[in-house]
Design a protein around this ligand. Sequence first.
Ligand SMILES: [Zn+2]
Length: 234
Amino acid sequence: MSTYFLYAIIPLLVGLFAQYKIQSAYKKYSGIRTQTGVTGYEAARKMLDAHNLRSVQIEKVGGVLSDHYDPRKKVLRLSEGVYNSNSVAAVGVACHEAGHAYQDAEAYKPLVLRSAMIPIVNTGSKLGPILFMIGLVLSSMSDIGLPVAQIGLIIFALTAVFSLITLPVEFNASERAKEWLANSGYLYKEELDGVSEVLRAAAMTYVSAAIQSISNILYNGSRLSAQRSRRNRR
Ligand SMILES: [Zn+2]
């Protein structure tokens, strides 16, 4: 119970808290209009143009907080609630995504590394747990089980590495957004503080995802070593 609590319940609570924070911050600042009336689209467009990124298109995408920058297609996609909205939250989110386009244009190392890892992680996150479970089951009957489980865990651990590399990418995009907005003259001081609050809450969700991912690896690692010592005793 105690190890399970440590590895599962705590990350779960952190995750729920992060979800609550982003939802409440987003809700609060979605209801506050920027005094200049600038929309998410306009702010992101200006920010991109200021960095000579006129070729980066901005598209609308369905969903809530589904906003993202696609480095392969060089397209910035803003959700309905951000694209046309002139709320403080919308401008903050839109400029954060433009921050990712800045990173891409400058070949910002953590972003390059993160993009390169995506295909490997996509496969690893499916293959790793399967190999791990097969290895664990096999280990009670054969010597090959433990090494298979170990390989599975290592492949699976790439998802944790990925979630850690995501952190500087996200924090840095928010820094770029705040810096540009502070100099743009589009937002007043209190509005900039609102942007910071929304982006900080959004960053929390990435921190909690990283905590969950690492805990998962640690938990499965502890299962593996427990199984190993069971085998050694026999
Ligand atoms: Zn981001």
